[in-house]
Each structure stands twice: as structure tokens, then as C-alpha cells.
Design a protein around this ligand. Structure first.
Ligand code: PXG
Length: 289
């Protein structure tokens, strides 16, 4: 495996950065998780755009243009000769000193591109559906650390994931500070009620997921009504279907929430339809390499 760091490729064992990098010291940086299928990078432009928006928000200058970064991603995929890949794009504040002042890192930001595979959940869960729970840790307040910023600071999500794992579950639902459903630790959440699709709006504690946007796009094409609406746990419990979306997760059905069976306890028909359409789209659309 070859890893891209600041314009050069390194073998996995030599792909190292400074212990003084503020990405490590403070989680000061941004990232994207991108997938390619069949030598097509899915929604690459959208991921690059979100990376630049995250960076702009934290006043981190990316030392490459969007076009240059796209070229670097393609180059990394080609060098690693991967037909299907999970691409992790990371930009850190760079090497500084032990103080958190980002000015010390000026002009030294680190750009890393890893192309590998990812298995987020066991394959059987895509057939049988997942059982998930709400956890005590709420999603970061947008006034404190806006979930729209895909930063290297994922402890909020990791704490929620630990709570789910400790309770014997694969995934956690995080609520916002008002008790509405925000999202899962690395996925957005949808429910289906009376053949209509509902998902939380992106304003409170929800990342505007690119897979979420893709599902909204597929739903519109298939004339499935969609609502971006605040949702309570009750509305989730009484839904007909539920599923999660994310680049790593793709679309995964949920059949039990907090011990309540969703629908008949099997992946629902709209969920299955969306999974099928999503699969078709990922195999035919994207930037070729
Ligand atoms: N919410 C959060 C908090 C995320 O981190 C999503 C939603 C889904 O967004 P996309 O754009 O991917 O549809 C994410 C992204 C992992 C992993 O290892 C998860 C994500 C990204 C990278 C790695 O679990 N989730």
C-alpha cells in the first residue's frame, strides 16, 4: 500500500507524520471518507467541496486547489490499483509546538490520502437489519462545535459508539440538546411512515451526509415524498421502516430501536428499493480512474 503525504507516496510502514502535528495533538484538522466502486469515485466533487467548507470554517488553508486535490486522490487510487476502495482524505493544521495556537503551524498543513478497504458493519446486518439504541451522550451543540465541520475531533461520536458497544449494540442514535434525533455515530438516520421518508434537518446536530443527499435524490426520482423534519424517539418507534446512511455504511436497514420492533422486524420494502437504486448508482456514476 502506498500512502500520499504532502505530494509524495510512502509505503504503509514509512507513512508517518510528526508527533507535533496538531492533528494528533488537538484533533485540529478536517477529513473526508470517500468510496470508489468499479473504478468510479462516487460523489468526489461533493466530498472535496465539503472538505473545503470544513477547512474554511476552521480557518485552515488547504495547500492545494480542488482540482489538484481531485488529481491527487485519483493518483493514489491508480498507484494502489484498487477497483473498489475507501479513501480517507485528511488535512491537518500541521506541525506546531505544544501550544494550541494554530499560528505556529502556519504554512505547514499536512495532506494525507489513504486508499484502503473498510468494513463498517458485519454483512449479515444488511440482510437482517440492525438493532440500535439511543445513548446518553448527545451530539455536539452547533454553537460549540458544529457537526457540519467534519473535523478530526470525533470523540463526541466515539463516546456514543462506546456506549452502544458496552450495551451490546453495533450503533448508537445520538440526540440533540433538545432531545430530538440527530444522527448516528458515523451515519445519518431515516424513517419511513406511510410510504413517506423522514430525516432530521441538518440545522441542529446533523451532518449533511453525502449519502443522505443521494438518498433524497433517489427518493425524488422515484416519487417518494421526503420530509426534512425534527423527529422524536416516539416517531422512530412507531415508524414502518428505518435505515442509516453513510459513505462507509452505505444504506443499512434498522429493525429494532431501544427494544421496539420497527415494522414487522424485517428490512422494509422502501429501504430495499433505495438500497437497490443506490447500488445501481454507485456502480455507474462517478469520476473514472
Ligand atoms: N454523520 C456523521 C457524524 C459522519 O461522520 C455521516 C453522518 C455520513 O455522511 P456521508 O457523507 O458519508 O454520507 C458521517 C460520515 C467510520 C466513518 O469509520 C464514518 C464516516 C466517515 C468516515 C468514517 O465509521 N461517516
Amino acid at each position: 500500500m502506498k500512502v500520499y503525504i504532502n505530494g509524495k507516496f510512502y509505503d504503509k510502514k514509512d507513512a508517518k507524520i510528526s508527533v507535533f502535528d496538531h492533528g494528533l495533538l488537538y484533533g485540529d484538522g478536517v477529513f473526508e471518507g470517500i468510496r470508489s466502486y468499479n473504478r468510479l469515485v462516487f460523489k468526489l466533487k461533493e466530498h472535496i467541496q465539503r472538505l473545503f467548507e470544513s477547512a474554511h470554517s476552521i480557518m485552515l488553508k488547504i495547500p492545494l486547489s480542488k482540482e489538484e486535490l481531485i488529481k491527487a486522490v485519483i493518483q493514489t487510487l491508480k498507484i494502489n490499483n484498487l477497483d473498489d476502495a475507501y479513501i480517507r482524505l485528511i488535512v491537518t493544521r500541521g506541525e506546531g509546538d505544544l501550544g494550541l495556537d494554530p499560528r505556529k503551524c502556519e504554512g505547514k498543513s499536512t495532506v494525507i490520502i489513504i486508499a484502503d478497504k473498510i468494513v463498517l458493519y458485519p454483512a449479515r446486518l444488511y440482510k437482517e437489519g440492525m438493532s440500535i439504541i439511543t445513548v446518553p451522550t448527545i451530539r455536539n451543540l452547533p454553537e460549540a462545535l458544529n457537526p457540519q465541520i467534519k473535523s478530526l475531533n470525533y470523540l463526541n461520536n466515539i463516546l456514543a459508539k462506546i456506549e452502544a458497544i458496552n450495551a451490546g449494540y453495533e450503533e448508537a442514535i445520538m440526540l440533540d440538546s433538545l432531545g430530538y434525533i440527530a444522527e448516528c455515530t458515523g451515519d445519518n438516520i431515516f424513517l419511513v411512515k406511510n410510504n413517506q421518508l423522514y430525516t432530521p434537518p441538518q440545522c441542529m446536530g446533523t451532518l449533511r451526509g453525502i449519502t443522505r443527499d443521494t438518498v433524497l435524490e433517489i427518493a425524488k426520482k422515484n416519487k417518494i415524498p421526503v420530509h426534512e423534519h425534527v423527529l422524536t424517539r416516539h416517531e422512530l418507534y412507531i415508524s414502518d421502516e428505518c435505515f442509516l446512511t453513510g459513505t462507509a455504511a452505505e444504506i443499512v436497514p434498522v429493525v429494532k430501536v431501544d427494544g421496539r420492533l420497527i415494522g414487522d422486524g424485517r428490512p422494509g420494502k422502501i429501504t430495499l428499493k433505495l438500497m437497490k437504486e443506490f447500488k445501481k448508482m454507485t456502480r455507474t456514476e462517478g469520476v473514472r480512474y
